[in-house]
Unconditional design. Structure first.
Length: 307
């Protein structure tokens, strides 16, 4: 039993390499109690994101955490994966054993709604994927904003260049209609966009030391990031999703401002663009504008026993 107050959280993932690292972090932070994982089509298809999540949790010794399969495509548009970056499997070139447990029968939106109804005001939802499941949960349970404690979303490029297009960040771009529904809702959202995640990379020098370490976490992160550093010859592995998890446990890692968020969902090259507005009819959310990178990396390394 953790000796500190632990906060119940649900992660909504499209496991993917950084989602996998975020799952590892969430299971190792004593401040958080990961009560369930929901999956969605994103980096790779929903069957792979579901299987990958099960495999990662099993590697971490946490097959007790239930996994619920979600939506297999965006609300209104064609599905576009991100396998160029995450690899065909979604786990880069890492190969993890199959999980001994299966996905749950209940769908992702059904689980989210059941969980927050049972524990009103207690649960933080951490979507680090396209927001399709969250939009569906809102449609099924309009009271969701009053039942949930906070929603910490990895998504958006507010005052910086996008990564899916020059204007848009992938999680928003992949399902802009879902993102618009979520951003225009009264959910208590904190947005963790590229503005801060691009300032929270895993440096190649630190990554290189992980291969020699004993812990399963270090070996997992080494394997998950290998494609980025070796295969794609990058110098940084962006810890997009792990930052959203870390901010849930340690909100002071980022500075936020209160803004309304609009999402471009028409046609043309600005689909998925997220804009900051101050308009009376647009709900205000917290948007991260700065990050304490060193403090984040220290918490990250400590939790995963890199230090
Ligand atoms: O833009 C980064 C986001 O897109 C991360 O959540 C990554 O996993 C991909 O889904
Ligand atoms: Ca993700």
């Amino acid at each position: 039993m953790a000796d500190r107050a632990t906060s119940p959280v649900i992660m909504d993932v499209d496991t993917g390499v950084d989602d996998a690292v975020a799952l590892a972090l969430a299971t190792r932070l004593s401040e958080l109690d990961l009560i369930g994982v929901t999956t969605v089509a994103g980096n790779v298809d929903v069957e792979k994101t579901t299987d990958n999540s099960l495999r990662v949790l099993a590697m971490l010794g946490r097959s007790d955490i239930p996994v619920y399969r979600g939506m297999n495509r965006p609300l209104a548009r064609a599905y576009h994966d991100a396998s160029e970056f995450h690899g065909v499997s979604g786990l880069g070139d890492a190969e993890f054993p199959a999980s001994p447990v299966a996905v749950q029968f209940e769908t992702a939106p059904e689980f989210i709604i059941r969980a927050v109804r049972a524990r009103p005001g207690e649960i933080t939802l951490i979507p680090v994927a396209p927001l399709t499941n969250i939009a569906v949960a809102l449609a099924l349970e309009p009271e969701l904003p009053r039942l949930i404690k906070r929603v910490v979303i990895m998504g958006g490029a507010f005052q910086c260049r996008g990564n899916a297009t020059p204007y848009a960040e992938y999680n928003i771009w992949a399902d802009p209609e879902a993102a618009a529904i979520v951003a225009n809702s009264d959910l208590p959202i904190t947005f963790i966009g590229l503005d801060v995640t691009h300032k929270a990379p895993l440096p190649k020098a630190l990554w290189a030391t992980l291969a020699a370490r004993e812990g399963v976490e270090a070996r997992m992160v080494y394997a998950l990031a290998r494609r980025t550093f070796i295969g794609r010859e990058r110098e940084e592995f962006h810890l997009h999703d792990p930052l959203a998890v870390a901010v849930t446990a340690f909100p002071d890692l980022v500075t936020t401002e209160s803004w309304g968020v609009t999402v471009e969902s028409g046609i043309g090259d600005q689909i998925g663009r997220t804009c900051l507005v101050k308009q009376p009819d647009v709900p205000q959310h917290q948007v991260a504008v700065a990050v304490k990178t060193d403090a984040f990396l220290a918490r990250f390394g400590e939790a995963l026993s890199f230090q």
